[in-house]
Design a protein around this ligand. Structure first.
Ligand code: SF4
Ligand code: FE
Length: 483
């Protein structure tokens, strides 16, 4: 099958029978729901860009497994060039949506599963790698969007999965059958799951021998019986219900997360990629997290480009663009943003092949990348707010602006430079507000902190990979220390 167009993608999601809940009600038509639709549009962009000849080299590749042309979001990285192109593709998608475009979680899960299943099979003679490849080629050939579900609710953080008061706080096998397993549990903060065709479920932490039932990985369609999603609230989300465009800031795109419940879901044997091999849970987690920490050196940079652009535009509209202090703030924003990009590219350039042949990033540099992402977007937002001025949070609504009596006063008193309309000035301010405090702040700020693992998770990896002992030896040698 050929690549899907954006429209075909939307219609393919429409055909699915997902169980989605929001504000205490079942969403009967999620595709046309005004709160959910912008996030679907963001995923659609990954299809639209793949159809555009200008971006064909970045967005599509020839599958080394089927020889077909596939979307890069379904690709197993074959070289450091592939790893770099992944980051470039994500920056592009961030620039075009100013939101989380969601499809990367599946791509990162693909790559983590590919090498991990290969190594499990080598050790145990299991059939997980073939199972995974079959699923992967099915998804790639049909140009499906696949979600990757890792984060369990985790309950008491001091206790292992099997030791929790409620055994369901980590997703686990509750029944073993001849033809498969039944699983129960939940995955929290599931980015884009309601816009996906399939979901790859993975364990969330390293596990010990007592956690056998929790060391489970598999893929199922997201409308499988027993799966349902409860959509997460975002700041200012109901502005999307007002039927106006100015106040939402980002008129077309957004991201979405959901608490996803697996209420006794059956998984057939051929869709299982790990089942009880506890020592590989940590390997899979580390690889997925590594790939996703690399991802943030692309997607957040693309969104940052839009925010920096918005700060530059509002400086023009306020008549402040020539002030040296403003120029310097824009330079600082660009410096921070490009530093993140450097990290994304560096961990890709230093990538290497795993035993399976698939390429993986340099884990130390990928963790440094994400650690910087937990900080720099906050500073970029701070500078954007500084340049924007307080009006980004005090401006009246679009309804007031359109009001016959009030509109002319808003137009008159909130005008900046003469040749720019008040409406355009307010639109840009709302975009900055959206990225700093509104629905997109989920993806640009808090997700920068906690997505792909919270800051401490990266610090543990930096400690592990940073080789302090080697550095100590260097110092001793230079100082002629003899012990
Ligand atoms: Fe992709 Fe970034 Fe969203 Fe993760 S946060 S799914 S890397 S756009
Ligand atoms: Fe994320």
């Amino acid at each position: 099958m050929a690549l899907m167009t954006g429209e075909q993608y939307i219609e393919s999601i429409r055909k699915m029978n997902m169980q989605i809940y929001m504000f205490g009600e079942k969403v009967e038509n999620p595709v046309d729901n005004p709160i959910l639709r912008p996030s679907l549009n963001s995923v659609r962009m990954t299809y639209d860009l793949a159809q555009d000849p200008q971006y064909a080299d970045l967005m599509t590749v020839t599958s080394p497994y089927t020889g077909e042309k596939i979307n890069r979001f379904e690709h197993i990285h074959q070289s450091t060039e592939d790893l770099k192109n992944k980051v470039k593709m994500q920056r592009l998608c961030g620039q075009k949506t100013a939101a989380c475009f969601q499809r990367c979680v599946g791509m990162d899960a693909f790559n983590a599963e590919f090498s991990t299943t290969f190594e499990i099979d080598k050790k145990y003679g299991t059939n997980y790698h073939e199972n995974f490849k079959k699923f992967m080629n099915y998804a790639a050939t049909n140009d499906l969007t696949v979600d990757g579900a890792m984060t369990d609710p985790k309950g008491d953080r001091s206790k292992a999965p099997h030791a929790q008061a409620d055994p369901d706080l980590y997703l686990h096998v509750v029944e073993r059958r001849e033809d498969g397993v039944v699983v129960r549990g939940a995955k929290a903060h599931q980015t884009g799951i309601c816009n996906s065709h399939e979901v790859i479920v993975m364990p969330t932490i390293s596990m010990g021998p007592d956690d056998k039932d929790y060391a489970i990985s598999f893929a199922v369609p997201v409308d499988t019986e027993g799966i349902f999603m409860i959509i997460g609230r975002q700041s200012c989300d109901t502005r999307k219900l007002e039927g106006t465009s100015m106040d939402v800031g980002n008129c077309e795109f957004g991201g979405v997360e959901a608490l996803t419940i697996f209420d006794d879901v059956f998984v057939p044997n051929e869709r299982i990629f790990m089942n009880g091999e506890t020592e590989f849970a940590g390997v899979l987690v580390e690889r997925f997290a590594g790939y996703h920490r690399q991802s943030y050196g692309g997607c957040k940079v693309g969104v940052g480009d839009v925010l920096i652009g918005a700060a530059g535009v509002i400086a023009d509209y306020n008549g402040a663009a020539k002030a040296s202090a403003v120029k310097d703030k824009l330079i600082e924003m660009m410096h921070l943003n490009e530093t993140l990009y450097c990290c994304g590219l560096a961990c890709s350039t230093e990538g290497y092949p795993t035993e399976s042949g698939a390429y993986i990033i340099d884990l130390l540099l990928a963790n440094v990348c994400k650690q910087n992402v937990t900080r720099f977007p906050y500073e970029i937002v701070r500078l954007a707010e500084d340049i924007a001025g307080g009006l980004m949070v005090t401006a009246p609504s679009e309804k007031d602006f359109r009001d016959e009596k009030l509109g002319k006063y808003i137009d008159k008193y909130l005008k900046g430079v003469e040749d720019v309309s008040t409406e355009n000035r307010l639109r840009i301010l709302r975009l900055i507000e959206n990225l700093a405090l509104g629905t997109a702040a989920v993806g640009y700020r808090t997700e920068s902190m906690h997505g792909a693992g919270s800051p401490q998770a990266q610090r543990i990896m930096i400690q592990r990979q940073g080789n302090l002992a080697f550095k100590k030896e260097l110092a001793k040698k230079i100082a002629h220390v003899e012990e």
